[in-house]
Design a protein around this ligand. Sequence first.
Ligand SMILES: Nc1nc2c(ncn2[C@@H]2O[C@H](COP(=O)(O)OP(=O)(O)OP(=O)(O)O)[C@@H](O)[C@H]2O)c(=O)[nH]1
Ligand SMILES: [Mg+2]
Length: 450
Amino acid sequence: MDEKALQNKIQAKVRARLSPLFARYRMDFDDLEALLKWRPVVLVLGNYSSGKSTFINELLGREVQRTGQAPTDDSFTVITAPEPGAGEAELPGADLVNDSRLPFGVFKDFGEQFIAHFRMKKVAVPLFENLAVIDSPGMLDSVSERDRGYDYAAVIREFARLADLVVLMFDPHKAGTIQETYTTIRNILPEAVGEDRLLFVLSRVDECDNLADLLRSYGTLCWNLSQMTGRKDIPRIFLTFSPQVGEVPPELAVWGGERELLKQEILAAAGLRINHILQNVDKQLQELRLVAEAMASYAVGGRRLVADAVKWALVLGLLGFLFVDMGIKARWGVPDRPLLPSLIEGLGVGPMQLLIPVSAFVALAGLVAVWLSRVSLPRHLRRCREGIDGLVVLDTDYRRHVWERVRGRVGELLAAPSLGGLFVGHQANVRKIDRFLGGVMQEYYRQIGK
Ligand SMILES: Nc1nc2c(ncn2[C@@H]2O[C@H](COP(=O)(O)OP(=O)(O)OP(=O)(O)O)[C@@H](O)[C@H]2O)c(=O)[nH]1
Ligand SMILES: [Mg+2]
């Protein structure tokens, strides 16, 4: 089965089986939905003038993006091929964020300033029929330059979440020293992109005068990367240059082939798509499962209180039913013939004789109901909220991490719970999720041969 067909199949299955569960726990389904509905995406980030647009033009085999030595482009441009049969076109941001067939609905919230700096170019290049590459505004250094009028970091985070591959491009002149780059790598990318979806590139290496010069730049970049990621091991860094622009000194010629390798990696991003989707479904399901687990443990406690209350209402109600009229007679002399003695003596029972017993039953059972709704359930809820971490077993680091992400959501669900919520089959939902994770997902993983 080809990737596209498999993606459609996963989309249909996830929608049918999981979206009601996401809705029940008020969990966000948009992220997953965005991933499922469109073609593979490669996001190209990097310092200004590091050669992003030049590289993208090379992939396209056409001069689609403007290039230049100063910060040239302050827009996010999605470049992809038109739908079969349609012509080339350029679409403004407003069209993109409002088109429900595209995964850009979430970007509407970033406001007019962002939307004015967002566009799509549909270019008839066959390689881009199942691929979209996003060219981004170069990252800048000085604060005034960085005043973009929208939350740049949050925008990058959203694009990175969507992307199947993120290419991070540096150049020897500013090998990782740019403030925005620093912040992005440190604060945004680790959370939004798994390491397997991040590619590091040192571009424009032809501008290094010799090997020593290149090593200096490479070393600087490695040093900066380890500062930013907090890791000591150095990731693979592609060393490349544009053969059309630069001419490499002979001693650097060995890196001539890296450009091709990088291109292949990018064109292969379509193959990462299904994996990315499955990873995402998996991650979101683990979150959903923990929310359902927490709600199940809240509901079990609540249901126990309700069952106890029903028991108490029956016992007290019955005692009231049988004895209250006798008590009243002992004190005040009426009614003439209480219910229980009449029954024992086998005398007939008239409707008036039932008046006090039934009222006593209703009153006592009602008192228990008031106690349940005013005292015991609210106390249970308060205890659950205060000891929210006790609702789930946090025996592994993995579960603790997942819990960190969903704890707030459970808090919100417990902020305004309904009595009916106690009787929703949370435990059944957990099992449903497990079945999906263990059955459907494993089958998909088998199909993609992972
Ligand atoms: N010598 C050399 N010059 C390059 C190379 N790649 C790009 N350039 C030049 O560097 C300048 C910047 O390239 P762009 O592709 O515009 O860089 P960018 O990263 O898109 O820049 P912004 O859009 O401003 O963020 C242009 O003048 C390119 O011609 C390269 O590998 N070698
Ligand atoms: Mg550019």
